[in-house]
Design a protein around this ligand. Structure first.
Ligand code: IVH
Length: 766
C-alpha cells in the first residue's frame, strides 16, 4: 500500500467519470463509444487503484455497484411520501373524451395538451437522490409502504449512482423491467440448470428485485425507465417535456417513445400508432399512458384514493398471436385422464414463450377442428394459460392431419376407457407409470408431504428405474438406491448424489409425523383439495378412523335424505297434481325424509361437524363442515380397492397421522383472530404465505368484507379487492408490514389503517 498522491486521486476520479460516462452511453443511450475490452481495461485499472489505496474508497464508485453480503433480515420497509399511486383506466376512447372534458371543466380558459407514452409492464419503483447521490431505492409495495431494494437496484447499470444536480431531493419513479431477449436468455439458462423458470418478464423482474443477495440480482438482465417524480426539493419541472429533457441531461433513462398531442384526436392517433408498434419494442408494453403535459396543474387536479386525476392508462386488447401446431401429444394425469396437448412452434405471447397449449379433450379438438400442421391463433386465457382460439383454415396445408385420440394409454399401453357422463378418456391401468409419476409429484408437494427435491425429474427417474411402484414405496427407499439414482436422459448420466439422498430421506422421515390433513391431501383422492382435507381432518382424530367413519356416512345420509325430502315434498311443483292417495303416500315419504334429515343433522351438530340454520324450514337446513361431494368421494375411496390398499399400506408402515392439535402457538400467535385477504403478486407462492398466516393464528379468506382485518397487497394494486378495502376502510398491508407483524409479540389488536390518501392531497402527488 502506498500514499495517495494527487495524481492518483485525479486518475481515480477520471476513471470513475469515464466509466460512468460509458455506462450511460451503453445502457441509457444505446450508443457505445468503446468496445468491451477497452471498458474492462478502465474498470480493472480503477479496481487496482482502489485496492492499493483504500483511502480512495467511495460508495458511488462504479466498482461498488454490486454489494457484499446478502441481507440477513430481509428488506427494510420504506414509507412512500407522497404515496406511489396507480392509474385509472380508460376502457375506451370515449372515456378518454371524458377525461379531456373533466380537465377542461376544471380549467375553463385552458386548452390542455397531452403526452402519450407506453405503459411499461414491469415493476414500479422509486429512486431517491439526496444532494445528487442515490440514497435509496424502493419497490412500490402497496403504494404506501414498499421494500428497500437499494442494494439490488444499484446493480442496474442504466441507473446512475449520482446525478449532476444541486437539488436537495429528487425522487424519480419508474419501472424496472427485463427486456424480452434478456428474459429468453435467462429462462434458457434456468432451463439448462434445471431450476424453476420465470413465467414472464414481469415475474422475472420482480423475482430478481426480491433477491436478498444483490450478487444474484447483478446476474439478471434488468433495465429501468423513469416516467414520473415523487418528492422534489430544489428543482421543479413545469412541463412533462421539461422533466424529460432534464432527465436526459442528467443521464437518466426515460421511455424511448413519446408523442406530444395538441388535442384528443391527436391522442387517439398516438395510442393507435403505439399499438401498431408495441411488438417492436424490446420490452413488454401493456397499454398507453395519457398525461396532461402541463405539470403545474397537477396539484390543483389532485387525486382520487389511488390515482392522480391528471393521467389515464389505456389498456390494449389482450394479445394474440399466430403459430403452427407441429404435433398433438397426449399427457396422462394423476387420475389417469388423457389430455391432448398441442405442441406449437415457439412464440412469445404477452411476455411468455409459448410452445404448448392444452386442448382439454377430444371434443374440443373436434369442435375447433384443429389439425396437425394448422396455423392457429393463440391467446392467453385469463392471461395465464395459453389456448388455441381458432384455426386459420385459409392457411391449412393440404397435408394437415386430423388427430385421433389413442385407444391405448401412450405411457403404459394400458386400456383407455370413457367413464359415464365424462368427456375425458382415462387410462384404466392403476399401475400406469405416467399416473404414478404425477401422484408422486403431488404427494411430495408443498401442501402435501413437502418432500423437497422429490418432484418432477426425480419422481420420473424413480418410476423409470422401477424403484417405486406405488407412492408409498417412498417410505421403503434406501439411501444407496437414491444416491446412485440417474436423472440423466439419452445416455448422459446425472447422479442424484449422497447429499440430495440424505435430504430426501430426512424429509421422508419427517413426513411420517405430519398431521392428518396433509396426508389426506397427499393421497390425491378426487375432490379432496387442501382446504377440504383440513375440514375432514377437523372432525376425525386419526387416519385409521376414516375408512369406517360414521360421520362421513352421516353426511352422505343427510344429503340423500334432503334430496328425498325435496323429491317427495307434497308442495313441490312436480307433486301438486297427485290424487289424494298419491298425496298421502308422498306426505309419509316426506315426513320420514325430514325426520332422517333432522336425526342425522343433530348427530352431526353434536359431533361439532354441522351447524343448523336458525329458520324453522322443513326439512331443517344444516351446513356441514365436510361438504357433500367430499364426503361421497371419501366413502367411495375407502370402499375401493385402491383406498383399502392405501389404508392397509399405511398401517403396515406404522403411519397413522393424527389431527393437528389446535396449536397453542397458533391460537395466541401474532395474527390470532385476524382475518386476512391476499391480493396481487407476492414474493412467494400465495399458498406459502397463507400457510404462514395460518401458522401465526390468522385466517385467510377470499373476499374483503367488513370482517376482514387487513388486506395483504402484493405488487399489483388496483384490483377489486383493493378497491373494496379502500371503500370499507380496511387496512392495506405490504409484505414487509406482514413480516413485521409476524415477528411481533403476540398482540392481536388490529393496527389502525395506514394513511391512504382519500382526498386530493395538494402538493403531494409526485
Ligand atoms: S405515470 C401514477 N407513466 O403503470 C403513477 N406510469 O397502474 C405514475 N406505468 O404503477 C403514472 N408505465 O407505475 C406512468 N409511462 C408510464 C408508465 C406508468 C407504466 C405504471 C405506473 C403504475 C401503473 C398504472
Amino acid at each position: 500500500m502506498s500514499a495517495v498522491t494527487d495524481s492518483i486521486r485525479q486518475r481515480a476520479s477520471f476513471l470513475r467519470g469515464e466509466i460512468a460516462r460509458h455506462d450511460r452511453l451503453y445502457y441509457v443511450e444505446a450508443r457505445p463509444e468503446i468496445g468491451d475490452a477497452d471498458y474492462d481495461c478502465l474498470y480493472r485499472e480503477l479496481e487496482t487503484l482502489e485496492r492499493q489505496h483504500p483511502e480512495l474508497d467511495d460508495p458511488d464508485s462504479p466498482t461498488r455497484r454490486v454489494g457484499g453480503a446478502p441481507l440477513e433480515n430481509g428488506f427494510a420497509p420504506v414509507r412512500h411520501d407522497p404515496p406511489m399511486m396507480s392509474l385509472d383506466k380508460a376502457h375506451s376512447k370515449t372515456e378518454l373524451l371524458d377525461f379531456d372534458f373533466f380537465i377542461r371543466r376544471q380549467f375553463p380558459d385552458f386548452a390542455p395538451t397531452y403526452v402519450v407514452e407506453p405503459k411499461v409492464d414491469g415493476v414500479a419503483f422509486s429512486l431517491l437522490y439526496r444532494n445528487g447521490r442515490l440514497e435509496r431505492a424502493a419497490t412500490r409495495g402497496n403504494g404506501e409502504v414498499g421494500d428497500d431494494i437499494t442494494a439490488n437496484v444499484r446493480t442496474i447499470r442504466s441507473i446512475p449512482l449520482t446525478l449532476p444536480t444541486a437539488a436537495a431531493v429528487v425522487e424519480l419513479r419508474g419501472e424496472v423491467f427485463m427486456p424480452r431477449q434478456g428474459f429468453l436468455d435467462l429462462i434458457a439458462r434456468q432451463e439448462a440448470e434445471g431450476v424453476e423458470i420465470f413465467m414472464n418478464p414481469r415475474n422475472a423482474a420482480a423475482g430478481s428485485l426480491k433477491q436478498l443477495d444483490s450478487r444474484v440480482t447483478a446476474t439478471r438482465p434488468l433495465d429501468s425507465m423513469i416516467y414520473a417524480t415523487g418528492a422534489l426539493e430544489g428543482v421543479d419541472f413545469p412541463t412533462h417535456q421539461a422533466f424529460v429533457d432534464t432527465l436526459h441531461a442528467w443521464g437518466v433513462k426515460t421511455l424511448p417513445w413519446r408523442r406530444m398531442c395538441a388535442d384528443i384526436p391527436e391522442v387517439f392517433a398516438a395510442i393507435d400508432a403505439l399499438e401498431q408498434q408495441r411488438h417492436a419494442f424490446p420490452f413488454e408494453i401493456d397499454g398507453a399512458v395519457i398525461k396532461l403535459a402541463d405539470r403545474t396543474r397537477y396539484d390543483a387536479l389532485g387525486a382520487t384514493a389511488r390515482s392522480p386525476r391528471w393521467a389515464r392508462a389505456y389498456k390494449y386488447a389482450p394479445e394474440r398471436t399466430e403459430t403452427v401446431v407441429t404435433a398433438i401429444t397426449v399427457q396422462v394425469g394423476r387420475t389417469g385422464v388423457l389430455t391432448p396437448v398441442a405442441e406449437l412452434e415457439p412464440v412469445l405471447l404477452a411476455g411468455s414463450q409459448i410452445s404448448r397449449a392444452t386442448l382439454h379433450n377430444a371434443d374440443e379438438i373436434a369442435r375447433k377442428d384443429i389439425r396437425i400442421g394448422d396455423a392457429v391463433w393463440i391467446v392467453k386465457a385469463g392471461d395465464v394459460i395459453p389456448a388455441i382460439e381458432a384455426v386459420l383454415t385459409e392457411k391449412r396445408p393440404r397435408a394437415a392431419t386430423p388427430f385421433v385420440m389413442p385407444d391405448a394409454c401412450p405411457a403404459c399401453n394400458g386400456p383407455v376407457v370413457r367413464l359415464a357422463d365424462e368427456v375425458a378418456l382415462r387410462c384404466a391401468n392403476p399401475a400406469c407409470p405416467a399416473q404414478l409419476v404425477c401422484r408422486l409429484d403431488h404427494m411430495a408437494g408443498r401442501d402435501a408431504l413437502d418432500i423437497e427435491r422429490m418432484g418432477g425429474v426425480v419422481a420420473d427417474a424413480l418410476v423409470r428405474r422401477g424403484l417405486v411402484a406405488t407412492p408409498f414405496d417412498l417410505f421403503r427407499l434406501k439411501r444407496d438406491d437414491l444416491a446412485v439414482l440417474d436423472l440423466g436422459e439419452a445416455g448422459k448420466s446425472r447422479l442424484f448424489g449422497p447429499k440430495n439422498a440424505e435430504r430426501v430421506l430426512t424429509a421422508i422421515e419427517a413426513a411420517r409425523m405430519l398431521p392428518l390433513h396433509r396426508w389426506l391431501f397427499a393421497l390425491g383422492i378426487p375432490q379432496i383439495g387442501a382446504t377440504v382435507a383440513e375440514a375432514v381432518a377437523a372432525c376425525h382424530a386419526r387416519f385409521s378412523d376414516l375408512a369406517a367413519s360414521q360421520l362421513l356416512r352421516d353426511v352422505v345420509g343427510l344429503y340423500d335424505a334432503l334430496a328425498e325430502a325435496q323429491q317427495s315434498n307434497p308442495r313441490g311443483a312436480a307433486n301438486r297434481k297427485r290424487d289424494d292417495a298419491g298425496r298421502t303416500e308422498l306426505q309419509h315419504r316426506f315426513d320420514a325424509a325430514c325426520a332422517r334429515v333432522e336425526n342425522l343433522g343433530e348427530s352431526l351438530v353434536a359431533a361439532g361437524a354441522a351447524r343448523r340454520a336458525a329458520d324453522a324450514s322443513r326439512p331443517a337446513k344444516y351446513t356441514t363442515t365436510v361438504k357433500e361431494e367430499a364426503a361421497r368421494a371419501l366413502v367411495v375411496f375407502f370402499e375401493s380397492e385402491a383406498g383399502r390398499a392405501a389404508a392397509a399400506t399405511l398401517a403396515a408402515l406404522g403411519i397413522d397421522p393424527v389431527r393437528a392439535a389446535a396449536s397453542a402457538s397458533a391460537s395466541d400467535g401474532p395474527l390470532a383472530g385476524a382475518t386476512v385477504v391476499i391480493t396481487g403478486t407476492l414474493s412467494a407462492p400465495r399458498q406459502t404465505i397463507a400457510n404462514r398466516i395460518k401458522a401465526a393464528g390468522g385466517r385467510v379468506t377470499d373476499a374483503v368484507t367488513s370482517a376482514t382485518t387487513f388486506l395483504l397487497a402484493g405488487y399489483s394494486l388496483g384490483g377489486a379487492k383493493h378497491n373494496q378495502a379502500l371503500a370499507l376502510g380496511i387496512p392495506i398491508l405490504s409484505e414487509s408490514d406482514l413480516e413485521a407483524r409476524l415477528l411481533a409479540a403476540p398482540a392481536p389488536a388490529p393496527a389502525p389503517a395506514p394513511a391512504v390518501a382519500t382526498a386530493p392531497r395538494q402538493g403531494e402527488l409526485f
